[in-house]
Design a protein around this ligand. Sequence first.
Ligand SMILES: C[S@@+](CC[C@H](N)C(=O)[O-])C[C@H]1O[C@@H](n2cnc3c(N)ncnc32)[C@H](O)[C@@H]1O
Length: 215
Amino acid sequence: MGVIVPDAVERYLAGLNRASDAVLDGIARENEARRLPLVDAEVGVLLRVLAMSAGATRILEIGTAIGYSGIWLAGALPAGGMLFTMEMDPERAREARENFARAGLTDRVNVIVGDAQRMVAKVSGPFDLVFQDGAKSLYTPLLDRLVALLRPGGLLVTDNVLWDGTVVPGFTDHVKNGHDTRAIAEYNERVASHPQLTTSVVPLRDGVSISVKKM
Ligand SMILES: C[S@@+](CC[C@H](N)C(=O)[O-])C[C@H]1O[C@@H](n2cnc3c(N)ncnc32)[C@H](O)[C@@H]1O
């Protein structure tokens, strides 16, 4: 459970989430012991809803890990749609491909192995939705390129923008990687004042920011 939303509310929201499936549940269960920092199912279904409401046919994700959030996203794509997802760890990328295959989504996903800092220069837009969930220190350095890759009206979605509340002055004494806390706080300011974006932060789990690129 996170620290932003009370546990009872998180359990209630989890009980209302009927969009998961056997593959997603299996990955989440296998990850209980392993504890990779994957989104949870409530952020997953938010991603699915956003991709569907954007009518997304092209999605870009930074930070594939083993494909959990990617399955939520790619599951929203129509036939012929494509998720491009970037992961610098080749072993995680290999597992992600296996998981996309388990979910029957191989034809809709392109796992790009490498450093997103370089790879974002190599992909072409426009994308309907971009999901940032890679290294927190890269959130701000990647921002302008990701906005350029979005179509007008497209969505930039970013996970962990409340970082266990450590970005909120006075909220907690808990210290969670001070460098990343500063990086996320800077990112939140940049996104909030970005001339091409209108942004709302949803305090779900660890905080998700949702920005729409102005027309
Ligand atoms: C928080 S995890 C992603 C979780 C995934 N989005 C999910 O919820 O299922 C972040 C991932 O980003 C990857 N990563 C970190 N820095 C990266 C970079 N510069 N380029 C590509 N991937 C990176 C890490 O190896 C890690 O697997």
